[in-house]
Design a protein around this ligand. Structure first.
Ligand SMILES: [Zn+2]
Length: 156
């Protein structure tokens, strides 16, 4: 999977990120990452967002987990009897005037590989309105680089 250090500009979706799109949780083998506890509230909120995550377009392909030694990581994670897909979606989380983007595998990294996302991301997750709500879409519009929508079917 593509690797970006936490909170560095992410050009995975568009080269014209305008300094507004930042990566969180794009982990890869041979790159150190931050480990530690993550509050249960953050975990359940990430899980809830992954039930039907908003994305600016449909991005093909799967992200595999580099750290699972035999499998390439799970394709689903179940919490409180609700399963979400992992590996084929991304979470877009507004944080003020910028947008943080995390692969859905972030939930697996927290669960299985002790990953601890940056505080800015955790705070933004807790403050983020429900996926696809009017408040959420307004925040996305404000925070996202315009190029993120170019050439993609805008689902808003
Ligand atoms: Zn793994």
């Amino acid at each position: 999977m593509a690797h970006f250090a936490d909170l560095t500009p992410c050009d995975y979706f568009t080269p014209q990120h305008d300094g507004k799109l930042f990566a969180v949780g794009w982990l890869a083998r041979d790159h150190a990452y931050s480990r530690g506890d993550v509050s249960r509230n953050v975990v359940t909120r990430i899980h809830r967002f992954l039930i039907d995550p908003w994305e600016p377009g449909r991005f093909m392909g799967w992200h595999d987990c580099d750290f699972c030694r035999v499998s390439s990581g799970p394709r689903q994670l179940t919490l409180d009897n609700v399963s979400v897909d992992l590996g084929n979606t991304n979470l877009f989380i507004p944080a003020g005037d910028r947008l943080l983007v995390a692969p859905s595998l972030i939930l697996h990294y927290i669960d299985a590989h002790e990953y601890s996302p940056p505080t800015e991301f955790c705070d933004a997750v807790l403050a983020c309105p429900e996926m696809r709500s009017m408040d959420y879409l307004k925040m996305i519009r404000r925070a996202a680089p315009p190029a993120l929508f170019a050439g993609n079917e805008v689902v808003m």
